[in-house]
Design a protein around this ligand. Sequence first.
Ligand SMILES: [Zn+2]
Length: 251
Amino acid sequence: MPIAPPTARRLPAGRHLAHLILRLRRRALADAWRQLHHDRGGRVDLSAWVAPLAEAALPLYERWAAQGARDTARQLARGAVSRKAFLPARLPGPVFGFDVFNPRVVDALRDMAFYFARSTWDTCAASVELAWGSLRSELAAGLERGETLKRLGQRVRGIFDDPQKAAVIAQSEASRAVHAGELLAAQDSGVVRGKTWLVSGDACKLCLSLAALGEVPLDKPYIVQGHGPYAAVMHPPGHPSCMCSQTLVLS
Ligand SMILES: [Zn+2]
């Protein structure tokens, strides 16, 4: 099983996205707080923030996907050299010309950016509602109102202003976009048969089991788990903070 600590270094840390997440979350915090005060039974709706976050994040996804596509081109070139074979004539077109204006790429990256933005705000809203729920039970238990509200404020601020969580999310998204670009370019090339999961040095049980699968057909998921757009794991990351990668298998 290939253990590849250097893999982690190849993946972008996603610092720009982390800053973006924090900046927009800090702005949305005031909105969430206002909604809590206009007593709507503790419901918080942050859907107005989905498009601004997704639109701002999209150029980053495009850059990372292009990096993934270049990585594919390099892997294919290396594979061809090691086999002393020539790459098919049509290869340089789709792979080296991989661009973010290709409708298939545009759709995939837009979907990714919007799903990321929606799940970010859904998570924030759910956490605020949870904090509000526990406040209500504290008030019902007779705790002092002023003190309880102060703690609610701190908890809500902590939900939105969490640099560490933003960094983890951003790193996962960067990995997702790089590997999606890699996969799209591999599919376009027509010369990639499959893929193998390449675990990072600190890989978890799940990722070790994905690597143990060996070669997986290019268009098949490594595993299907849970629900939502990422239930079918087509490429790393396998989970938040996953630093794994994959290698392509030429046909
Ligand atoms: Zn992993």
